[in-house]
Design a protein around this ligand. Structure first.
Ligand code: SAM
Length: 342
């Protein structure tokens, strides 16, 4: 079966290595299909398809049917109609007694997602004579529109990012990104991993779900967020793997009293209402504390929209930049940076 995986742009290597680990080698058919990053098309045996639900590096997936170009003006609705009319849907779909259309859209368009759903629905009614049923549908047709490209698929997953969030932090990291950061940090059994600004606990939880025998800590200055993090950890059945504690990261080394092997964190950007901070001043306080807390062969993985400040401060405090990449997270393009004691 052919699937399209959707994940944060910039984490392609993470997705591919998780696929190799959990499904099999040589299944990627196309990377950046139609030139759109953050997507992979893969072929896997039908019997392996339930395994897709266990992938932590992706946001969602759909059973791939095809793709076509759409005009971003109002004329694009005619492209939707003709694109769907010309597309060959699998036999299973044609036999369904009812269907609905769901559209996810990214980019500027002169039409809405509702317009697209109506137009595509009309094409499917005209082509196959199927009945639309928004509540009790047998088949769900997904249209994933990115700029002038329309990917078409069937059912697939709901947004996997939301699969366990009981408590949502106002500046929550997507679990797929948190997973990617943990994977980049590469903690080994017997190591310690700390997120000193864990908010709703997404990084420690992804670490607990994807490692064995790693001692995991999640700290934050806010008792309220820590309570939310504990609820999320409980919902995922990893409460006993994580120690949550209220700690001000500007006093981290004194409060902790021992060194850790991996620090994986998402410091406040200074752009959200929860964190009216000056990021440069804040980083000048917390990065030296992180440096003091990191073991000499340790590794820091952080995500920030202010990589320049991190580079500047790190070089002054004996942290060497080993790797940096830009990813896509919502509407932002933060950097994931890997630093080591120098
Ligand atoms: C960007 S948020 C982290 C969100 C988290 N990654 C999630 O997905 O839920 C940054 C966090 O840093 C915390 N924070 C701000 N100042 C802090 C400090 N001095 N010490 C520890 N945590 C702090 C905030 O309370 C906030 O939860």
């Amino acid at each position: 079966m052919r699937f399209q995986l959707v994940f944060p742009r910039g984490l392609e290597d993470v997705v591919k290595s998780e696929l190799e680990e959990k499904i099999s080698f040589k299944i990627v058919v196309e990377e950046n299909p139609q030139g759109i990053p953050g997507r992979l098309i893969i072929d896997i045996p039908e019997s392996d398809s339930p395994k897709l639900m266990s992938l932590r590096s992706i946001d969602w997936f759909l059973e791939y049917v095809g793709a076509f170009k759409v005009d971003t003006s109002i004329r694009g609705l005619e492209d939707i109609y003709s694109g769907i009319m010309n597309m060959k849907f699998p036999n299973g779909f044609r036999k369904a007694s009812s269907f609905r259309v769901t559209c996810k859209r990214r980019g500027e368009h002169e039409f809405t997602s509702m317009d697209v759903q109506r137009k595509a629905g009309q094409a499917l009614v005209d082509k196959y004579g199927l009945k639309v049923d928004l509540e009790n549908f047998q088949a769900n047709v997904f249209l994933d529109i990115v700029g002038d490209t329309c990917f078409v698929g069937l059912s697939g997953s709901e947004h996997l990012s939301g699969r366990y969030i009981v408590f949502t932090h106002p500046a929550a990291l997507r679990p797929s990104v948190a997973y990617g950061m943990v994977r980049i940090a590469d903690p080994k059994p017997g190591m310690t991993l700390l997120d000193p600004m864990c908010g709703g606990g997404i990084i420690p939880i992804e670490a607990a779900l994807s490692t064995n025998s790693v001692k995991i800590y999640g700290f934050d200055i806010s008792e309220y967020y820590l309570e939310g993090a504990a609820l999320n950890a409980e919902a995922m059945g990893v409460s006993d793997r994580i120690v949550f504690k209220r700690v001000d990261c500007r006093r981290l080394s004194k409060e902790l009293g021992f060194k850790v092997d991996r620090i994986v964190t998402d410091p406040p950007y200074g752009t959200k209402p929860i964190a009216k901070i000056n990021p440069r001043a804040f980083y000048s306080r917390c990065l030296p504390e992180i440096r003091r807390t990191l073991s000499e062969d340790g590794r820091l993985v952080l995500i920030t929209i202010k990589p320049g400040y991190v580079r500047e401060i790190s070089s002054e405090i004996g942290l060497r930049l080993e790797h940096e990449r830009t990813i896509r997270h919502g509407d932002a393009s933060p950097s994931i940076m890997v630093l080591k004691p120098s």
